[in-house]
Design a protein around this ligand. Structure first.
Ligand SMILES: [Zn+2]
Length: 371
C-alpha cells in the first residue's frame, strides 16, 4: 500500500513538473513580454530555486525589495525603496529570464519592467540578480548587497558611519570632518536630540549604487538614493552631501514635500548635490507665471507642469522666512505638520493670515523680493 501511495505521489509530482516545463517562467504573468532565454527543462533544481524567489516576490507588500527575513546587520538594506519611490508595485511586472549556475547555487536574473496600460510599450527598469543558495534540499535567497557590503570599508566618525569601496573611492578625512562640523552646527542650531550615527554609503556613480543592490540595468537616476531615512546611499563619490544630511537629521519629521525639500535646500544652501538654492530661485523666476495666485497654488502642490520641481526654491524661501520671523520653534512647527496637509493652509495658519489669497500673495511677494 505504501508503495502505491509513493508511486502515485511520484506520478503526480512528475505531471506537475511536466506542466512547469511548458510555462515560460513568469513571476507575474505578462504575455506581452516574450523572453528569449528560457529555463533548462531538464533541471528540477532550477525550478525549486525559482519557486523560492517567486514566493518572495509575490509576498512583498510594496516592492521587490521591501522586506526580508534576514537578521543581518544590513536587514535595513532590503527595505531600500529602489522601486517604490518611482513606481508602485502594482505597475510593475517581474519575469525571471534566466539563471547562472555556480556549483549547487543559482544566480537568478529577473526582469523588472512596466507595461504601459492600453499600450504594448515596455519600459525596462532593471535586470535584478539574486542568489538562490542550496541548503539541505531547498534554497535560501541571498541578496547581492550581502556580499557587496563585506567588501566595503567602514570608518566611524562622530556623526557619520561611513561605508565605501576602497577599490573605487579614496576616503577624504577633510570632507568627512566638514560633514561632521555641518551636522554639529545643524544639531545645535535646531536643538536636535541625536543619539544614533548615520550609516552613510559612498558609491562613485549611480551605476555602482544600483549594482550594489543587484541591479544591472538602471534608469535615469538622481544623485542620491535615500533608504527610507535609515541609511544614506550617496552616488556622488562624496563624504559630504549637505542636503541629504539635513533630511537625515530631520527624519522624524515628514511634512508636505514643499516644506521638506524647501527646508533641506535652505539649510544646506543646495537643492541637491549639484544645484544651489539660488540657482533654483533664478530658474523659478524665469517663469513669470508664479505671480498668478492660481499658478502659485499649483506650484506649491507640485502641479505646475512647466516646472514641477519648483517647490524646492519656494519651500526654501518660505522656511528661511519662517526662521527669521519665529526662529526654531516656527520652523519646527511647520515641519511637524502632516504630509497630507494642504501647503496653502499650513502657510495661512503658521504665518497668521486670514485667507488663502493673502497667503498666496505673501509667497509671491517673498519670491519677488528674494535676492
Ligand atoms: Zn531632498
Amino acid at each position: 500500500m505504501k508503495k502505491i501511495i509513493l508511486l502515485i505521489t511520484l506520478l503526480i509530482a512528475n505531471a506537475l513538473y511536466a506542466q512547469e516545463q511548458n510555462e515560460s517562467y513568469t513571476v507575474e504573468f505578462a504575455e506581452k513580454y516574450h523572453n528569449k532565454e528560457s529555463v533548462l527543462p531538464t533541471d528540477r533544481n532550477v525550478f525549486r530555486a525559482f519557486e523560492v524567489w517567486k514566493q518572495y516576490v509575490l509576498t512583498q507588500n510594496d516592492s521587490l525589495l521591501l522586506s526580508s527575513h534576514h537578521n543581518s546587520a544590513y536587514k535595513k538594506e532590503i527595505n531600500h525603496q529602489l522601486f517604490l519611490i518611482w513606481v508602485p508595485k502594482n505597475w510593475m511586472h517581474f519575469q525571471i529570464i534566466g539563471h547562472e549556475r555556480k556549483e549547487n547555487d543559482f544566480l537568478i536574473h529577473t526582469l523588472v519592467y512596466q507595461l504601459i496600460p492600453n499600450d504594448s510599450a515596455i519600459t525596462i527598469y532593471s535586470q535584478f540578480k539574486v542568489w538562490a543558495i542550496r541548503q539541505n534540499n531547498s534554497y535560501k535567497l541571498k541578496f547581492l548587497y550581502e556580499d557587496n557590503v563585506t567588501n566595503f570599508k567602514n570608518i566611524k566618525t562622530k556623526w557619520i558611519n561611513y561605508y565605501y569601496n576602497p577599490k573605487s573611492h579614496y576616503f577624504s578625512k577633510f570632507m568627512a570632518s566638514k560633514a561632521n562640523s555641518f551636522c554639529d552646527s545643524v544639531i545645535n542650531k535646531f536643538q536636535l536630540p541625536q543619539k544614533k550615527q548615520i550609516n552613510y554609503f559612498i558609491h562613485s556613480t549611480p551605476q555602482q549604487a544600483y549594482e550594489f543592490f543587484g541591479h544591472t540595468h538602471y534608469w535615469n537616476s538622481p544623485a542620491i538614493i535615500l533608504d527610507n531615512y535609515n541609511d544614506i546611499h550617496i552616488e556622488t563619490d562624496s563624504e559630504f552631501y549637505a542636503h541629504e544630511l539635513v533630511h537625515y537629521l530631520f527624519r522624524n519629521y515628514r511634512p508636505s514635500v514643499v516644506f521638506w525639500e524647501g527646508f533641506a535646500s535652505w539649510v544646506s544652501g543646495k537643492a541637491n548635490y549639484f544645484i544651489s538654492l539660488k540657482e533654483e530661485v533664478d530658474y523659478l523666476k524665469s517663469f513669470p507665471e508664479y505671480k498668478d495666485i492660481e499658478i502659485m497654488e499649483l506650484m506649491l502642490n507640485g502641479k505646475f507642469n512647466k516646472n514641477p520641481m519648483c517647490y524646492y526654491p519656494i519651500g526654501g524661501i518660505l522656511m528661511k522666512k519662517a526662521y527669521q520671523i519665529g526662529g526654531v520653534s516656527l520652523v519646527k512647527s511647520i515641519l511637524s505638520t502632516p504630509q497630507e496637509a494642504d501647503p496653502v493652509e499650513v502657510i495661512r495658519e503658521k504665518f497668521g493670515f486670514r485667507t488663502r489669497e493673502e497667503s498666496l500673495k505673501f509667497v509671491i511677494q517673498l519670491i519677488e523680493s528674494y535676492k
